[in-house]
Design a protein around this ligand. Structure first.
Ligand code: SF4
Length: 188
């Protein structure tokens, strides 16, 4: 995936143009609820690390959202460590890499959580409604929802890519960061 730096103030725009649906939904949930549970923070935090958001920018990005609901001291105490940890700056200094689709698809997702794969974990009605809200036409919604129903999650993801970019990706989608890189090749 790309190693270019991505400015954190571009994430709103990129979430609509270049994120796969799983990450668009996490970004949107974070902006709406000013919070994500641990698994969501891991999935999305590693994704933005992978697209080149620096640790300093990531800390300010999460802090800006979380402190709409909690105070700064609580954020620094409870959340900043795990963000630095994601960047390998705490604990064992492991250099964590972003999750691929198989890992995300096999995640356990409970109520009130927004991580996971949209094509695996959303029920048909919610998926259709989400795509409708994003301006996807009815025929394409049917195509994507049918692929998801057949458990062809990567096929559904590719059909969503094709709708957004008006062409197929050059590489098979098997990783959210590959989706992003393929998108940037077309749109950048
Ligand atoms: Fe995300 Fe992969 Fe699912 Fe696409 S197929 S929504 S990139 S987990």
């Amino acid at each position: 995936w790309t190693t270019d730096t991505t400015p954190v103030d571009k994430l709103d725009e990129l979430s609509k143009t270049s994120y796969p649906l799983c990450m668009r939904i996490l970004h949107e949930a974070l902006k709406t609820y000013h919070h994500l549970k641990n698994s969501g923070r891991m999935q999305y935090g590693l994704f933005i690390k992978g697209i080149g958001v620096t640790m300093t920018d990531a800390l300010s990005f999460w802090k800006t959202e979380f402190t709409k609901k909690i105070d700064e001291a609580k954020f620094d105490k409870e959340y900043a460590y795990s963000i630095r940890h994601t960047y390998g700056k705490e604990g064992k200094q492991t250099n964590y890499t972003p999750f691929g689709c198989p890992k995300i698809i096999s995640s356990a997702v409970s109520a009130g959580e927004y991580h996971g794969c949209a094509f695996k974990h959303m029920d048909q009605n919610s998926l259709r409604q989400k795509l409708f809200n994003y301006g996807v036409p009815a025929a394409t919604i049917n195509e994507i929802a049918d692929l998801a129903k057949e458990q062809n999650h990567l096929g559904a993801c590719t059909a969503y890519f094709k709708f957004i970019h008006k062409r197929m990706p050059d590489k098979l989608i098997s990783h959210p960061n590959v989706y992003f890189a393929e998108s940037r090749v077309i749109l950048a």
